[in-house]
Write a protein that binds this ligand. Structure first.
Ligand SMILES: Nc1ncnc2c1ncn2[C@@H]1O[C@H](COP(=O)(O)OP(=O)(O)O)[C@@H](O)[C@H]1O
Ligand SMILES: [Mg+2]
Length: 232
């Protein structure tokens, strides 16, 4: 269980998140939907320790990690797939995957097998530079690399950004299989398609505030999302 409680943070003197609370249970896939600038990336960063919390708390499996380093959080299973993929373009696909296992003493064959079964395309192109992959394939690689560190909590920052609908569908299926193994997933998105396909519960974020939440289908049927996007 990851539990974020009245978390506030920002940049310089600007507060970007205002007392945000949400929790994710093991195996649950939760969406945070919001317009550009709402604070979605900041939420991922504060959870993974890249941005310090100003107040409030983050708890993982009953342990307070509000002040823990990023490395400590990775050890506890919190893994972020950052916005804009950020694979290493000059390294091969295999090297990118092996880097994902850096917190473990060695690369485990069963982890590679899992990744190859989820994304067969990667296996066929192991010795190619990651920079040669399409945008969608790079996003798959970024997700695959995150899996190599055996996440318990996966934070996905706009994985569908700039990706064709057919590839988003594939990605959705892969994320669903990952969740089925018990991994908890926080999906932050501007695009509603992926959230609709894979998330049971959705939060709406507006200007650093959670303004609504509920079952994803209900949230998407209401005008709340549209209103929040127009308001931004
Ligand atoms: N590194 C930064 N320095 C200063 N302000 C930032 C920085 N990153 C984000 N912000 C600001 O924080 C707010 C939330 O941004 P962000 O979390 O990136 O939103 P989203 O991911 O929802 O688009 C915005 O007003 C943005 O301009
Ligand atoms: Mg963002």
């Amino acid at each position: 269980m990851i539990k974020i409680d009245r978390l506030t943070t920002g940049y310089g003197r600007m507060e970007a998140l205002h007392a945000v609370s949400l929790s994710i249970a093991p195996g649950q896939t939760v969406a945070v939907l919001g317009a550009n600038g709402a604070g979605k990336t900041t939420l991922c960063r504060v959870a993974s320790g890249l941005v310090p919390a100003w107040s409030g708390s983050i708890e993982v499996d009953g342990v307070d990690i509000t002040k823990a380093s990023s490395v400590e959080r990775v050890r506890r299973g919190i893994i972020q797939v950052p916005e804009g993929r950020q694979v290493f373009p000059e390294m091969t696909i295999e090297e990118n995957l092996r880097l994902g296992a850096y917190i473990h003493d060695r690369v485990r064959a069963e982890d590679l097998d899992l990744v190859y079964s989820l994304f067969p395309i990667l296996k066929t192109r192991l010795s190619q530079n990651a920079g040669l992959l399409s945008g969608g394939e790079q996003q798959m690689l970024a997700l695959a690399r995150a899996l190599m560190s055996r996440p318990k909590y996966l934070l996905l920052d706009e994985p569908s950004q700039g990706i064709a609908p057919k590839v988003i569908e594939q990605m959705g299926e892969a994320i669903r299989s990952i969740a089925a193994t018990g991994v908890a997933i926080l999906l932050v998105e501007q695009n509603l398609f992926l959230a609709e396909a894979i998330c049971q519960h959705a939060f709406i974020m507006e200007n650093g505030l959670i303004t609504a939440d509920g079952p994803t289908d209900r949230i998407l049927k209401s005008n709340l999302v549209q209103d929040s996007y127009l308001g931004a």
